[in-house]
Design a binder for this molecule. Structure first.
Ligand code: SF4
Ligand code: MSK
Length: 643
C-alpha cells in the first residue's frame, strides 16, 4: 500500500518536472537536456530566472536612476510616492536617459567588434597577421572605391592598408558623416540630415550619450531620444556595416550552402569544440586548426574519431555562413550544450556568453576557454588570442580540447537526436545572385502579390518567453501569408532548428511564396548572418528602395525581434526604426514608466522617421501587426492590399 503511494507520488513528481521542462522550450533537444539538468541537479538560466521573481517593477518600468551618488532615486509610476528624483529629474527624463545608455552600450558592443576586425585587417595588410589573407578581392576593390581610395598601380595589401586607415577614421571622426550612410536611399539621408541625426564618428556618438546622460546635462526626453536614433544609426550604418564588410573581405562573402543545426550536431565519437560569442577572427582559425593533420593524429591517439567544431550564437553564425560549420544552438542553449556532457572545450570570445559557464563546466569535463583580452570569466582557462599568433593559438586551443577527450565520462553523456538540415549563406550579394543579378524579379513578385512583403526577424532568446516559441511561430505565420523572411542572429538558429531554412519549408508558405521559392530553389526564410549582419538587411532594403526610386519606409517591409534580450538589440531597434522599418518587439523594453517616451516610441516616431515600434509578446498577434503594416504599405503603393 505504502509502496504504491510512493510510486504514485514519484509519478506525479516526474510529471510536474516534465511539465515544467516543456514550459521552458518548444525544442525537443533542449527539453531532453533540461530534464537531464534537473536529474543531475545543475542550474540553468531558467532556474536563476525563477529565483529572481518577482523582478523589480521600478527596473522593469525604467524609472530608477543611479546616475549620481545622491541617488539611487526611483519614481513612483502611480503618483503615490516620489514624482521626481533628488535633482528634479522626472520619470520622462530618467526613462529616456536609461534608454540612451542602453543604446550606447549596444552600439559600443557592435562597433568595438568592428574596430577589432579592422585592426586585424590592418595587421594582415602589413604582413603582421600572417594567418589571414584577402578572400574577397572584388569586395576589397568596391569598398576602396566607395571610400575614395585610388587602386591603380597598387597591390592588394597596399589597398587594404589604406582602406583599413580610412575605416579606422570612421570611429574617431569628429565632424561630417559616416561614409556608409551614403548607401541609404536619398530621401532617407535627406530626412536624417533635416533631423540632425546623421551620425558623425562612431565613438563620438557613443561618448556623447554618456556625456548627455551624466547628471545635469540633457534633460529633455525627445532631445535625448534623437541622440539615441543617431547613435543607433552609427551602429547599423557604421560599426555593424563595417564589421560585415571587413569580415567578408577577410573571410569571404557568404554564399548559399547546406549545414546542420541543434544539439544533435555534437559528436558521440569525436572531440567536440564549441565556438561561442560574436567575433569570427579566432573561430576562422579554429575551424582551420581542426583539420590540422598533427592534431587529427593526436585525436586518434586519444581514442577520438576526429575533431568536430560547432557554433553557438553569432560566432557560430559566422562560421556557419562561410564554412557550413554546424551550429549547436541559440543563446539559451549555451548551458545545455555543456550539460550534454559531450563538450571537450567551450571556446568563447565576446558578447552573450553567460558567466555561469565556468561553474557549470566544472560539473562536467568541459574546458571553458576564454580568449578575448577584453572578456574574462570566473573559472575559465585563459588562452588570450592575438592576431599575430592566430593559428598557433587556435592549434593550442584544439590541442587542449583533444587532450581532454579521454576525460569525457560516458555515463554523463546524453546527446539529443535532433539535428536539422539548413540552407544558409544568404548575403545581400548571394540573394541578388539568386535573383539573376538584379532586384527586379523580387520587385515584380512583390508587385504581383506572390511575395506579399518582406519580414526581417532577428534577435536573441529571453527566459521571459518560451525558448524559440516566439521566433518560430512568428516566422511561420509570416511565410504562411506569403511574406518572405530574412533572418539573422538567434532567430536564424531557432528557425533552422524548426526546419524552416530548407527549400522544402516552402510547403509551409502561402501559394505565391511557395512558387517563388520553388522556382529559385531557396527556403522561404533566408539566413543572412550574425547580429552585425543586420547591416546586410539595410543594404538589401536600400537596393530595393533605390531601384523603385523611393524611401525604405515606403516598402512593404516590417521587422521583429520576438525574444530579444541584449542591449545590442536596443541599438538595432533604434537604427532599424530610424531607417524607416516598423518593428515589433516581443519583450517589453523598460520604458513604460514614462508615458511621453512610450508614446514617442510607439506612435510619434512615425511623424519623425516614418516608422515606430510596437510591443507584442504573442507571436501570432505580432505577425498580425506586421501583416497589417505591410498591407498598408501595399495600399499606399497602389498594389493589391486585400489578403
Ligand atoms: Fe537621483 Fe538625479 Fe542623481 Fe539620478 S541624477 S540619481 S535622479 S539625483
Ligand atoms: S547572439 S545578441 S543572443 S541574437 Fe548575436 Fe543571439 Fe542576441 Fe546574442
Amino acid at each position: 500500500m505504502e509502496q504504491k503511494e510512493n510510486e504514485k507520488s514519484m509519478d506525479s513528481d516526474s510529471e510536474t518536472m516534465l511539465k515544467k521542462v516543456y514550459e521552458k522550450s518548444i525544442d525537443p533537444a533542449s527539453q531532453t537536456i533540461l530534464l537531464k539538468a534537473k536529474q543531475e541537479g545543475v542550474e540553468t538560466a531558467w532556474d536563476r530566472y525563477e529565483k529572481q521573481l518577482p523582478q523589480c517593477s521600478f527596473g522593469q518600468l525604467g524609472v530608477c536612476c543611479r546616475n549620481c551618488n545622491m541617488g539611487p532615486c526611483r519614481i513612483d509610476p502611480f503618483g503615490e510616492g516620489a514624482e521626481k528624483g533628488i535633482c528634479g529629474a522626472t520619470a520622462d527624463i530618467i526613462v529616456a536617459r536609461n534608454l540612451l545608455r542602453t543604446i550606447a552600450a549596444g552600439a559600443a558592443a557592435h562597433s568595438d567588434h568592428a574596430r577589432d576586425a579592422v585592426l586585424a585587417f590592418k595587421k594582415m595588410s602589413e604582413g603582421a597577421a600572417g594567418s589571414y589573407a584577402i578572400k574577397d578581392e572584388a569586395k576589397l576593390l568596391s569598398l576602396a572605391s566607395e571610400y575614395g581610395i585610388p587602386t591603380e598601380g597598387k597591390n592588394r595589401e597596399k589597398v587594404a592598408s589604406e582602406l583599413a586607415d580610412a575605416l579606422l577614421l570612421e570611429f574617431g571622426k569628429q565632424t561630417g558623416s559616416l561614409l556608409c550612410t551614403m548607401r541609404a536611399p536619398e530621401p532617407r539621408l535627406k530626412l536624417w540630415t533635416e533631423l540632425g541625426i546623421v551620425p558623425r564618428g562612431i565613438d563620438r556618438e557613443i561618448v556623447e550619450c554618456m556625456h548627455r546622460t551624466h547628471m545635469g546635462v540633457d534633460n529633455n526626453a525627445t532631445h535625448i531620444l534623437l541622440q539615441g536614433l543617431r547613435t543607433g544609426l552609427s551602429d547599423g550604418w557604421g560599426g555593424s556595416m563595417i564589421a560585415t564588410d571587413v569580415q567578408d573581405i577577410l573571410f569571404g562573402t557568404p554564399q548559399p550552402r547546406m549545414s546542420t543545426v541543434n544539439l544533435g550536431v555534437l559528436s558521440r565519437d569525436k572531440v567536440n569544440v564549441i565556438v561561442h560569442g560574436h567575433e569570427p577572427i579566432l573561430s576562422e582559425m579554429i575551424v582551420e586548426a581542426a583539420e590540422d593533420s598533427e592534431l587529427l593524429k593526436l585525436a586518434q591517439e586519444k581514442g577520438a574519431a576526429g575533431i568536430n567544431v560547432a557554433g553557438i550564437c553569432c560566432t557560430g553564425n559566422e562560421t556557419l555562413m562561410r564554412h557550413g560549420t554546424p551550429i549547436a544552438g541559440t543563446f539559451l542553449q549555451q548551458e545545455l550544450a555543456v550539460i550534454t556532457g559531450a563538450v571537450e572545450a567551450m571556446v568563447v570570445d565576446v558578447q552573450c556568453v553567460m558567466p555561469s559557464l565556468g561553474e557549470l563546466s566544472g560539473c562536467y569535463h568541459t574546458k571553458f576557454i576564454s580568449t578575448s583580452p577584453k572578456a574574462d570569466f570566473p573559472n575559465t582557462v585563459r588562452m588570450e588570442f592575438h592576431e599575430e599568433k592566430a593559428y598557433e593559438t587556435a592549434k593550442e586551443i584544439i590541442r587542449v580540447a583533444v587532450e581532454n577527450f579521454p576525460f569525457r565520462n560516458p555515463e554523463k553523456v546524453n546527446i539529443p537526436r535532433e539535428k536539422q538540415e539548413c540552407m544558409v549563406g544568404f548575403s545581400a550579394e548571394a540573394i541578388l545572385n539568386a535573383l539573376g543579378g538584379s532586384p527586379d524579379p523580387l520587385i515584380e513578385a512583390i508587385k504581383s502579390g506572390a511575395v506579399w512583403g518582406v519580414g526581417a526577424v532577428v534577435g536573441c532568446n529571453n527566459v521571459k518567453i518560451k525558448h524559440n516559441y516566439g521566433h518560430v511561430n512568428l516566422v511561420k505565420e509570416l511565410i504562411k501569408n506569403n511574406v518572405l523572411v530574412v533572418t539573422t542572429g538567434c532567430n536564424a538558429i531557432a528557425c533552422a532548428e524548426a526546419g524552416l531554412l530548407v527549400p522544402e519549408a516552402s510547403e509551409l508558405a502561402g501559394e505565391g511564396l511557395k512558387a517563388v521559392c520553388k522556382a529559385l530553389g531557396i527556403p522561404p526564410v533566408l539566413h543572412m548572418g550574425s547580429c552585425v549582419d543586420i547591416s546586410r538587411i539595410l543594404v538589401l532594403s536600400s537596393v530595393l528602395a533605390n531601384r523603385l526610386g523611393m524611401d525604405i519606409s515606403d516598402l512593404p517591409v516590417a521587422g521583429a525581434a520576438p525574444e530579444w534580450m541584449s542591449e545590442k538589440a536596443v541599438s538595432i531597434g533604434a537604427y532599424v526604426v530610424s531607417s524607416g522599418v516598423f518593428t515589433v518587439l516581443g519583450t517589453v523594453p523598460p520604458v513604460l514608466g514614462s508615458q511621453a517616451v512610450t508614446a514617442l516610441l510607439t506612435r510619434d516616431l512615425n511623424n519623425v522617421v516614418g516608422a515606430s515600434f510596437a510591443v507584442e509578446p504573442d507571436p501570432f498577434k505580432a505577425a498580425a501587426l506586421m501583416l497589417e503594416h505591410i498591407d498598408g504599405k501595399r495600399k499606399s503603393l497602389g498594389l493589391n492590399s486585400d489578403r
